[in-house]
Design a protein around this ligand. Structure first.
Ligand code: UD1
Ligand code: UDP
Length: 374
């Protein structure tokens, strides 16, 4: 029997790895699959585990308040040593570009397991943006044996780095698997969600809803101050809009956002939402303003225009299709593009096209099929 260890640590990795855990669990006769969480995130990770009903086999429980990259990296590598030595997996699966991804892939490489990188090959070609994620994904690519790339572009990026074409499999992004799972579960008979009911009470249906998220390290400091100033301006100029902002728990985000936006009339600052509630709210929104990677992938599937508060993106597909615009953290640019979409119906319609550049919901099936045959 092949032994799999699936490792993740933050909210987006959990969302995107949950469907893979579920898919492997359908094949218990072929695979012994265990889940290890570093818990680089705690509450935001536990929210996801609870929705997908996943109980980890190993929990390194590493999150510390306002943690730093040095100790987090070393704690992950050291923490994984015992898990890897005791379980001795044939395959270790890591996802994307977080510190958990990079450090776990190095630990897995030391153990001699086959390192499998899910969401492989995304690149901005700028080591400082996103920071430190571009470095994380490049390092993970170096130590990985099998690269599961979401798109043709991400496969080509790896070929350009001299990775062997046979080791790169295009699967689509597992986020679409997660999104479909969530929509199906929320629509299923008897499903009840108090969080969604609570949000419904606060939604002002006559107003256009702008949904906001943000957390990127390179935006900490002045970037977040600009973002908050822009949101304030949009709220003031457009009383017919409602801005809802589930604020990331990173203290470098919480502090400026609560200090600058708590008192603004049509802005609601709320705690991070569970995945189904966030997906539900994306569906209700008119426009999404974010610096998130995952949200850039989900929004086109829901036909929602996105303004991305970054200067670079490793996800060019939706930008090329015209449903995502990069606005950076320049206050004037954010306000200008948001107001264009609020006021100009043609611009809005051009950007609200429903399309699926990132997957068809079968990425995890393809990964499991590939591993079964190799
Ligand atoms: C991390 C990832 C980033 C990913 C993001 C997703 C790195 C370096 N960064 O950034 O790539 O896009 O997650 O959200 O890997 N905190 C809590 N509770 C939580 C989560 C975070 O209190 O559930 C607070 C803690 O004080 C923690 C801090 O946020 O120390 C920062 O967490 P960290 O994972 O280091 O950075 P993120 O900004 O969340
Ligand atoms: N998300 C969530 N609750 C929220 C905000 C976002 O479940 O309150 C989900 C969102 O749907 C997406 C993921 O979290 O799948 C994105 O996480 P984040 O922006 O923190 O990380 P990134 O994708 O930028 O690495």
């Amino acid at each position: 029997m092949k032994k799999n260890l699936i490792v993740f640590g933050t909210r987006p990795e959990a969302i995107k790895m949950a469907p893979l855990v579920k898919e492997f669990q359908k094949h218990k006769d072929v695979f012994d699959t265990k889940v290890c969480i570093t818990a680089q995130h705690r509450e935001m990770l536990d929210q996801v585990l609870s929705f997908f009903e996943i109980t980890p086999d190993f929990d390194l429980d590493l999150m510390k308040p306002n943690q730093n990259l040095y100790t987090l990296t070393s704690d992950i590598i050291t923490g994984l040593k015992d898990v890897l030595e005791n379980f001795n997996p044939d395959y270790v699966y890591v996802h994307g570009d977080t510190t958990t991804t990079m450090a776990s892939s190095i630990a897995a490489f030391y153990s001699g397991a086959q390192v499998c990188h899910v969401e492989a090959g995304l690149r901005t070609f700028n080591m400082k943006s996103p920071f430190p994620e571009e470095m994380n994904r490049c390092v993970t690519g170096v130590v990985s044996n099998i690269h599961f790339s979401p798109t043709k572009t991400s496969k080509q990026n790896l070929i350009n780095e001299n990775k062997h074409s046979d080791s790169i499999i295009i699967t689509g992004n597992t986020v679409i698997d997660a999104l479909q799972f969530s929509v199906e579960k929320v629509n299923s008979l008897g499903y009840e969600d108090n969080e969604i009911e609570e949000i419904k009470k606060n939604l002002e249906i006559k107003k256009k809803l702008i949904l906001v998220t943000g957390h990127r390290r390179e935006n900490h400091g002045q970037g977040f101050i600009n973002i908050c100033e822009a949101l304030k301006q949009i709220a003031k100029n457009n009383p017919d809009t409602q801005i809802i902002y589930p604020v990331h728990l990173n203290p470098n985000v919480q502090k400026p956002v609560y200090e600058l936006l708590s008192e603004v009339k049509n802005i609601q600052l709320i705690s991070p939402l569970s995945y189904p509630a966030f997906v539900w709210l994306m569906n209700q929104s008119y426009l999404i303003i974010t610096d998130s990677g995952g949200v850039q992938e989900e929004a086109p599937s829901l036909g929602k225009p996105v303004l991305v508060m970054r200067d670079t993106t490793e996800r060019p597909e939706a930008v090329d299709a015209g449903t995502v615009i990069l606005v950076g953290t320049n206050k004037e640019k954010i306000v200008l593009e948001a107001e264009k979409l609020l006021q100009d119906t043609t611009s809005y319609e051009n950007m609200s096209r429903l399309h699926n550049p990132y997957g068809d919901g079968k990425a995890c099936e393809r990964i499991v099929e590939y591993i079964s045959k190799n």
